[in-house]
Design a protein. Structure first.
Length: 206
């Protein structure tokens, strides 16, 4: 199979970040963005909707109360399942060493999916989404250059940031989905304008 159109795989040098377009983005944004803005206004002062109790960031997220009830099956197909299919097609086509060619994925399920709304100055600290999974970020609303930065090296998570190898995703646009190994460290720099994203973790059986 040929690599899907508008799909890009980046390795730096390992592991990977995969970028592709979400189908029906404008339709999804038209419905979900006002909903998440309303949720932001309602919960922006709630501890339960903070990034973490220790964080000084003003990101409002339903990470702690996550669920799929916001999304139609069409939304999930566009945001999660079709990008995941494109990722696997690209990985197997390129014969990358982190997937064995004869070990095909047989079943995937959403472990978690949650929205994040950033107002001016909000950011996401360096973090990962655990191990043994694939994670994604859907850029639902983006009013400036994307500042999601991935990083990897042999240093400890809380070691000096200057020693890490980084991969900036300023090429990603609103409506794009970024997929990556859940263990990959990443962050979002403080925003200037409002940003809304949908994050998710996928468990795949091989």
């Amino acid at each position: 199979m040929a690599r899907p159109k508008n799909a890009r795989l980046f390795s730096f040098p390992s592991p990977y970040v995969f970028c592709c377009k979400a189908k029906n983005h404008q339709k999804i944004k038209q419905r979900l963005a006002p909903l998440f803005i309303k949720e932001y206004e309602k919960n922006k002062n709630s501890v339960d909707y903070k990034w973490s109790k220790e964080s000084t960031s003003s990101v409002v997220t339903n990470f702690h109360t996550h669920g799929t009830h916001y999304y139609t099956q069409e939304d999930l197909n566009s945001i999660v399942w079709e990008p995941l299919d494109q990722l696997y097609k690209t990985l197997f086509d390129d014969n990358h060493p982190f997937l064995i060619a004869n070990q095909l994925p047989v079943e995937s399920q959403i472990e978690m999916i949650w929205w994040n709304t950033y107002d001016t100055g909000a950011y996401a600290e360096v973090h990962n989404h655990g191990f043994g999974k694939i994670s994604g970020v859907y850029l639902l609303e983006l009013n400036e250059t994307n500042s999601t930065t991935f990083m990897t090296d042999d240093a400890h998570q809380f070691g000096p940031t200057e020693s890490r190898m980084t991969h900036k995703t300023d090429y990603a646009e609103e409506g794009d989905v970024l997929l990556f190994p859940s263990s990959l460290l990443h962050c979002v720099n403080p925003t200037i304008k409002r940003r809304i994203s949908v994050s998710f973790n996928i468990i795949t059986k091989f």
